[in-house]
Write a protein that binds this ligand. Structure first.
Ligand code: ASP
Length: 496
């Protein structure tokens, strides 16, 4: 008997986590003295790599030099991550890469090889989005129907993101994760670029009007690709006649081929997820999790409430579907979102699962999912709100005023719209929210160390909200219509 795909992925995930944690616990300390193969000018060097601290020292021209990587930011004159070290001192980074701990070594190789699976997904994502969107819009048969679907989709995105933020704010006000901890705030070391809110939103609007659609395709600029494809298809419908028929059958053929290719790639998901989980669990410093435990509990609880209470209620009440059947059908996509922390990389799986396993019409999913993967991020919005309130509590000890909380809610919403569907995008956007309530952006250094883990959870919620939205929009837009043979509704599961 062959196990269903989501079970295979789940097993890969658990096995990867167990092996990664074992490597983290047993192989993460290593001290090496190096005398040969060093960068030019370096006479001798020592690398001390332990779970929560990396120290690199060397002598050059008779002078002793030292760099420390401390993800908690507690050591004086440290950097927070190895990527920061690569920027600040290439020599220190070069020496470190000669003798990292075995846990780091294993983790980095797993990231590299697991990354091949993500590359395969990235490879199919642009042609899949174009073919899927084109066959969806041309299948709708009229610009009027498209307009209705468009406003419903945007309405769903806004409502659920605001509900998520509200949940985050309420949970943080109850748990108060930043009150009474001994975390210090002198960690002005995060290197995150800051932009203003107007800049970010304007940038997104500009993205919707690509100067050159072909360069947008070459750069995988999702928003540009989506808007141009929709515009193109609307005008195909305007031309009508044989042109419309030819384009429609071309789009449907291309979509069928891309779907087959994606289905083949998805079979590799259990292995990809296994390797990515080893990478995450083997390379994370564990001590920092203790210090930030209450903050993580607040984010986790907020995400759980939104994912398991709010969204299922919407699916049940508005889409008239079983949320459990939908959750089960979308498991491969959700688990991949979890281990890759990227909604964009997961998109081919999401598109495939929703049509093949949940039986949602391609006419709706081809529009709601690609757009949702870039602008509908409930998990990210919730996380922004909780993180900024937490930092505020650390900085001022007291709760925020209602006015400040409203400012946080609105900017968190815009930041989540502006965040890309890639790992850590939410952290980068947080600068905007911090500025809105006059908190120094450097404070986010304190939550950097646990961001990857929280990113995995919020990305799954981002993808889950897109899936729930697809069923809601489908039910409302296609209600009352005679179902075409390609759009079964309410079928629950239908194979992998
Ligand atoms: N990683 C998230 C996503 O891809 C975005 C974020 O960092 O919050 O959906």
């Amino acid at each position: 008997m062959k196990l269903e795909l989501h079970w295979q992925i789940l097993i890969g995930m658990v096995l990867g986590a167990i092996l990664g944690i074992a490597a983290n616990m047993n192989l993460s300390s290593r001290e090496t003295t190096l005398n040969a193969g060093l960068p030019s000018g370096v006479e001798s060097a020592t690398v001390r790599d332990s779970t929560n601290l990396i120290e690199i020292s060397w002598t050059q021209d008779g002078q002793l030099q030292q760099w420390v990587v401390d993800p908690t930011g507690k050591t004086e004159d440290c950097v927070l991550t190895v990527s920061d070290l690569e920027k600040e001192s290439p020599t220190a980074a070069q020496i470190y890469h000669l003798a990292p701990s075995y846990a780091h070594m294993i983790g980095n190789w797993c990231k590299r090889i697991g990354g091949l699976f993500l590359r395969l997904l990235q490879m199919v994502s642009v042609p899949l989005i174009i073919a899927s969107l084109a066959s969806g819009v041309l299948g709708l048969g009229g610009a009027g129907r498209f307009g209705r679907m468009f406003s419903l989709t945007i309405g769903y995105y806004l409502t659920t993101s605001l509900l998520a933020i509200l949940t985050g704010i309420v949970v943080t006000n109850i748990i108060n994760p930043g009150i009474g901890t001994d975390l210090r705030l002198d960690v002005a070391k995060a290197q995150v670029a800051s932009t203003s809110i107007t800049e970010t939103i304007m940038g997104q609007v500009e993205n919707m009007i690509p100067k050159n659609p072909f360069s947008a395709i070459a750069n995988s600029s999702f928003l540009s690709i989506i808007s141009f494809t929709i515009l193109f298809c609307i005008f195909v419908l305007q031309v009508g006649g044989t042109t419309q028929d030819r384009f429609r059958s071309l789009a449907e053929d291309a979509f069928a081929v891309m779907m087959k290719l994606t289905t083949a790639i998805i079979k590799l998901a259990p292995y990809g997820v296994f390797l990515l989980m080893i990478y995450v669990t083997a390379t994370q410093g564990l001590a920092v999790f203790r210090a930030l435990a209450w903050y993580m509990v607040a984010v986790g609880m907020g995400l759980a409430l939104h994912a398991f209470v709010t969204l299922p209620i919407l699916v049940f009440a508005l889409a008239r579907r079983s949320p459990f059947a939908l959750l089960r059908a979308m498991m491969p996509a959700l688990l991949t979102a979890f281990s890759s922390a990227s909604s964009s990389a997961t998109l081919p799986l999401t598109l495939n699962n929703i049509e093949k396993r949940a039986g949602v019409s391609n006419r709706v999913s081809s529009f709601v999912l690609p757009l949702g993967s870039t602008i509908n991020m409930d998990g990210t919005a919730l996380y922004e709100a909780v993180a900024v309130l937490f930092i505020g509590q650390l900085a001022f000890g007291a709760d925020f005023t209602i006015g400040q909380q409203i400012a946080i809610a609105l900017t968190a919403l815009l930041a989540s719209v502006g965040a890309a569907g890639i790992p850590h995008a939410g952290l980068v956007m947080m600068a905007i929210v911090l500025q809105a309530v006059n908190l120094p952006i450097e404070y986010q250094g304190i939550i950097l160390a646990v961001d990857r883990v929280l990113d995995m959870f919020r990305t799954s919620v981002n993808v889950w909200s897109d899936c729930c939205g697809t069923t809601v929009v489908e039910r409302i837009t296609l209600r009352g219509q005679v179902e075409a043979p390609d759009s079964p509704v309410d079928t629950g599961l239908s194979g992998a």
